[in-house]
Ligand binder design. Structure first.
Ligand code: C2E
Ligand code: MG
Ligand code: MG
Length: 792
């Protein structure tokens, strides 16, 4: 028990003791006593008969006090009927008529030792005696041959009679009940058993006995107690069992004695000790927390025990346990324990809320994955723990997540990300955070040198089919990474760089890009790059190179793809993967594409001059499809300079703005521009859109192409894609073909053209012309692997 609880318990015990002393709990005890008396009710012993001075007797006598000759006559009749003792609860302390007194004295003398007269003690209102009480005794004349007994009824301070004294408090005279019962032993006082029904004590009317018209069997061999029951005499007392005439209180006190039902109660100190025990047993348990149900059961059981155990005890023994105080203690303990429990719950709720808030602050609400803040904290903590060890941060992006989410819904997309995080965690063995809607990230510390590449390679195995809520989703991943050697790290900077690398990983070889200062520059530098772009276009730092597409039907080159190249005077070669996204973000992409268009028009004219009639394919960023000004510009330029042009677009633009983009494509097509779907299969590719797009060419992304040789599954995908494209009247170009064997199998699978390093890289216009010249003389031969012939 804590000190605070011990003090509370002590105060409670003190209050209980005080309440007990002040008798504040008596009303409760009375209610409980009535319950017990009712439950243990029993009849009188039939050894005592009350002779009632009732209203009828009063009426027939006509006057009160009576002529004492009436008592004399009654005594004679009773003794004659066999009464063993006649006791009077009647005041004979003042003389009446000499004749009456004489008659009664003679009657008493006739039956010596069989008549008991009342002695009673009264408060002395005039203060005549030092003791403050006056003892009223029968007049000497009557006392001579009579037994004397006290008829005082002990009244408690609240005016109720509960107990009885064995003898007078001022003299050694026995009380009338003790005298009648012939009992002088035992303690000085006891509680009357009001469970003995006083209505079962036989009674006779004084008048009937006087007239000698009574049932003698109720007298013979019995003790007779004479007393007033007439209401007008007002001899009634309040008891826990209601108002009872004084004579019956003596009767019940007598019955309690002869039936062995003197009720004993506990000493107040013992009661206080029991209360202490109860407080100890029911003390509130602070530690584990008691569920309210347990609390209710515990207190319910103890309350029932406190209520019913005393009834049982009183039924089998004269034990009148007053449990009011114990019940009050129990109620107080129940209130206390409930308050403690409620306080504990409130505390727990607050703690839970705080934990919830912390969780919210550190987790992504939709997926429950640790968030960016959580990861930065982990990076910081890892560095503080071991500043000597290098830290690597890897970011994983789900390609075309937004489009996928548009198709399968938010819940499934989130579910997919959670699954991906779980698999990544299983693979790399560290916590995986979600730092953006479609981006996961994790941190590795102390990676052996050169190991990061292995980790990134390993992550490629996650590119499989995920089952989420009944949806089978093929995902394609991009990965970015940054590695920082020993020394202070800024978690935010690491995350930023890993994210930058991820952004550039989209189209890169192998889908993973590791950040390096040289190739990326700082974001600030990248912005500066944009301001240099126009100058670079004018100065020739930015140029268009052309990568031929090899037509597999006749090994001819009918088309080349224009790819932007930027050779920066200070930063060297800058990949289009870096500057195209920035140009898109900063709105420079229109100027760049319009410049490319001019360049293409000029280059196509030059090629034509040199005898090469090739179509030029331009990459058109998705956001330009919804750009009205760009559309107008293109249509105007094409109208003035008819040329063989193709626009390579990705599906993303169409999926994001289907109406506008489809409109633009239709307008370009009717102006004679061919439409090619670029990078098909690199993300979420929708066959539905493919049908709606009405394109002329489908370029299958190198990520789909690369495994065609090794994987039967990829071959099947390729074959069905080719067939589908053909059924939609599209020609199929496979991108990223780096080997002859791959070229051969693609030919077998029905591809119309291929593009890739095996055949040609992107070439400046002069080299392209040379290349095309050379092609006229010698063609590369294609060999076909035997197993592919079977698989096809
Ligand atoms: P893309 O349109 O899919 O272009 C194909 C990319 O694959 C080119 O990268 C090309 O050099 C590369 N590639 C070609 N054959 C092979 C091969 O056999 N193996 C491998 N590993 N890669 C091969 P590049 O030139 O770095 O361009 C990257 C992307 O930048 C392009 O992807 C295109 O989306 C974009 N891009 C390039 N120039 C322009 C442009 O003028 N305008 C726009 N809007 N985007 C451009
Ligand atoms: Mg392209
Ligand atoms: Mg492509």
């Amino acid at each position: 028990m804590k000190a605070r609880d011990a003090i509370s318990a002590a105060l409670l015990l003190l209050a209980i003791g005080g309440g007990l002393v002040a008798g504040a709990l008596r009303p409760i005890d009375d209610v409980l006593a009535v319950l017990r008396f009712d439950a243990t009710s029993r009849p009188a012993s039939q050894s005592l008969t009350v002779l009632e001075i009732d209203s009828r007797s009063l009426r027939s006598a006509g006057a009160w006090p009576w002529d004492r000759a009436r008592y004399a006559e009654a005594i004679d009749n009773l003794v004659e009927a066999g009464a063993t003792l006649v006791a009077f609860d009647v005041d004979f302390s003042a003389p009446s008529t000499p004749a009456g007194d004489k008659a009664l004295a003679e009657a008493i003398a006739r039956h010596p030792g069989q008549i008991a007269l009342a002695n009673f003690v009264q408060n002395d209102t005039y203060g005549a005696r030092d003791s403050g009480v006056v003892e009223n005794r029968p007049i000497p004349e009557l006392r001579q041959n009579a037994l004397l007994a006290t008829v005082n009824v002990p009244v408690d301070s609240d005016g109720k009679v509960r107990g009885y004294d064995m003898r007078s408090l001022t003299s050694s005279q026995p009380s009338v009940a003790a005298l009648m019962a012939g009992s002088s032993s035992g303690p000085g006082s006891y509680d009357i058993d009001f469970g003995i029904d006083h209505r079962t004590i036989p009674h006779l009317s004084f008048e009937d006995v006087l007239q000698d018209r009574f049932d003698r069997s109720l007298v013979s061999g019995r003790v007779i107690l004479v007393g007033a029951t007439a209401l007008e005499l007002g001899d009634e007392f309040a008891t826990p069992a209601g108002l009872i005439p004084g004579v019956y209180i003596h009767g019940l006190a007598y019955e309690s004695l002869v039936q062995g039902r003197r009720l004993f109660t506990l000493h107040p100190l013992a009661t206080v000790a029991l209360c202490g025990l109860l407080i100890f047993l029911l003390r509130p348990r602070r530690g584990g927390g008691a569920p309210l149900r347990g609390l209710i059961i515990r207190h319910g059981v103890s309350a029932l025990l406190l209520l019913f155990a005393p009834i049982g005890l009183q039924a089998i023994s004269p034990l009148g346990l007053q449990v009011g105080v114990l019940l009050c203690t129990q109620v107080a303990m129940a209130v206390w324990a409930t308050r403690v429990e409620l306080a504990r719950r409130a505390h727990a709720i607050i703690q839970e809320r705080e934990a919830g808030l912390l969780h919210l602050a550190m987790h992504q609400p939709e997926t429950g994955l640790p968030n960016r803040r959580s990861l930065t904290q982990r990076i910081q903590a890892a560095w503080e723990r071991c500043p000597e060890a290098g830290i690597a941060v890897v970011t994983i992006g789900v390609a075309r997540h937004a489009e996928m989410r548009g198709v399968v819904g938010y819940a499934v997309a989130d579910g997919l990300l959670s699954q991906l995080a779980a698999r990544t965690r299983a693979l790399v063995g560290v916590e995986v955070a979600q730092i953006a809607t479609s981006t996961l990230a994790f941190m590795l510390q102390d990676l052996p040198e050169g190991e990061l590449g292995g980790v990134l390679d390993g992550l490629k195995s996650l590119e499989t089919t995920f089952q989420v809520d009944g949806h089978a989703i093929d995902i394609f991943l991009r990965m970015g990474a940054v590695e920082e050697g020993r020394g202070p790290v800024s978690p935010e900077l690491l995350l930023e760089r890993a994210t930058l690398a991820l952004n550039h990983a989209g189209e890169a070889d192998g889908h993973a890009v590791v950040y390096s200062d040289d190739s990326f520059g700082s974001p600030a530098n990248n912005l500066a790059l944009m301001s240099e772009m126009r100058r670079a276009m004018a100065s020739g730092d930015i140029a268009l190179h052309y990568q031929p597409k090899l037509s597999l039907s006749d090994d001819g080159v009918r088309s080349v793809e224009a790819l932007c190249r930027w050779r920066h005077p200070e930063r060297g070669f800058i990949s289009p993967d870096l500057f195209i996204p920035i140009a898109e973000e900063t709105g420079q992409i229109r100027a760049l594409t319009e410049w490319s268009l001019e360049q293409a028009i000029r280059d196509q004219a030059r090629l034509q001059e040199w005898g090469h009639d090739v179509m030029i394919a331009l990459n058109i960023s998705g956001r330009l499809l919804t750009d009205e000004a760009f559309r107008t510009h293109v249509l105007e330029r094409v109208a003035r300079h008819p040329l063989r042009l193709c626009f390579e677009i990705t599906e993303t633009a169409v999926i994001q703005h289907p109406v506008l983009a489809t409109d633009a494509l239709a307008a370009f097509r009717s102006a004679g521009i061919k439409i090619s779907i670029d990078d098909y299969g690199s993300g979420l590719s929708s066959l539905g859109y493919l049908k709606a797009l009405k394109a002329d060419e489908l370029k299958i992304d190198k990520s789909l192409v690369v495994d065609v040789l090794d994987s039967q599954r990829d071959r099947l995908i390729m074959k069905s894609t080719v067939d589908l494209a053909h059924s939609l009247n599209m020609t199929v170009v496979a991108e990223g073909v780096e080997t002859e064997a791959l070229a051969a199998s693609l030919r077998l699978l029905g591809c119309d053209a291929i593009q890739g390093y095996w055949f040609a890289r992107a070439l400046p216009i002069l080299q392209l012309a040379e290349f095309l010249d050379g092609r006229a003389e010698a063609f590369p031969t294609l060999s076909m692997p035997v197993d592919l012939l079977k698989a096809g």
